[in-house]
Design a protein around this ligand. Structure first.
Ligand SMILES: [Zn+2]
Length: 269
């Protein structure tokens, strides 16, 4: 179902006038090269469309304090994140039972209110937004879709494309971009992508003027939260963002560089 719907979506996009031009891109900062079969413009368009749908189907928070915090932090992260085609938008969805967040291509950021008790303050929120925006900058969703597409490149291709429907297309986007909690369960990013998002996100929060040490504190709070509230079942954000030694060690290792950027005397946004 997963690969099939991803493929359906991709191939429909290509049939609808897109092009199948593989491009070898390089992730900023980490320099990792990646094969992408979707152009940034096509990807951003999917993000815009999907975000409009979400805003109509998921309740939006009216909490003035929480909304102000999200706009304040979001603006500062957006100012330092290199995301071409971005039409930045930060929406707080009223879902107190869902501790999760995402950034769609095109700079459409959704935060579920259930994550706020864990982010606690602006620096905690900057950790999450920095991380999610980093997934978008590094084009992890497009990479995942491209990989799925290559895996599936075979006889089923045309038949699958012909079966496309908006419902399956929406589910595929939600899975590939980690939205979750609405139609379907988000697919975890690969470990490589998670570590990369941590790396970039840490630099973004530092450049935006938030102490990167807050990232470590955030992940520790999240682990405590899961112990208290998980009750044996995995909390979605943590099931897609497993907290392990490697994650913590990498953040600790990058802290000196991030702290230097945080302390640079130049003007922060
Ligand atoms: Zn992630």
């Amino acid at each position: 179902m997963t690969r099939r719907t991803l493929l359906t979506l991709l191939f429909s996009a290509i049939l609808a006038g897109g092009t199948l031009l593989p491009s070898c891109a390089t992730v900023p900062e980490t320099g990792r090269s990646q094969l992408l079969l979707i152009s940034p413009g096509e990807e951003a368009q999917m993000g815009f469309t999907e975000f409009e749908k979400l805003k109509k189907s998921v309740p939006i928070s009216k909490d003035p304090v929480a909304n102000a915090a999200l706009q304040r932090v979001g603006k500062r992260i957006a100012a330092v994140a290199p995301l071409p085609n971005a039409r930045w938008e930060f929406v707080l969805f009223d879902k107190p039972d869902v501790p999760n967040a995402f950034c769609l291509p095109g700079g459409k950021v959704g935060v579920y209110s259930g994550i706020l008790p864990i982010t606690e303050d602006d620096a905690g929120l900057a950790t999450v937004i920095g991380h999610e925006v980093a997934h978008a900058v590094a084009r992890h969703g497009a990479e995942r879709m491209s990989e799925n597409m290559l895996i599936q490149l075979g006889g089923q291709l045309l038949e699958d494309a012909a079966l496309g429907s908006s419902q399956t297309a929406q589910a595929a986007i939600q899975q590939a971009y980690g939205i979750g909690s609405t139609l379907t369960v988000a697919l975890p990013h690969s470990r490589k992508q998670e570590l990369e998002a941590d790396h970039l996100g840490l630099l973004y929060m530092a450049r935006a003027g938030y102490d990167p040490r807050a990232a470590l504190a955030f992940w520790k709070r999240f682990s405590e939260y899961e112990k208290k509230h998980g009750g044996g079942k995995q909390i979605e954000f943590l099931s897609t963002h497993p907290l392990d030694e490697q994650r913590i060690r990498q953040i600790e290792g990058l802290l000196p560089q991030a702290e230097m950027e945080y302390r640079k005397p130049d003007a922060k946004p």
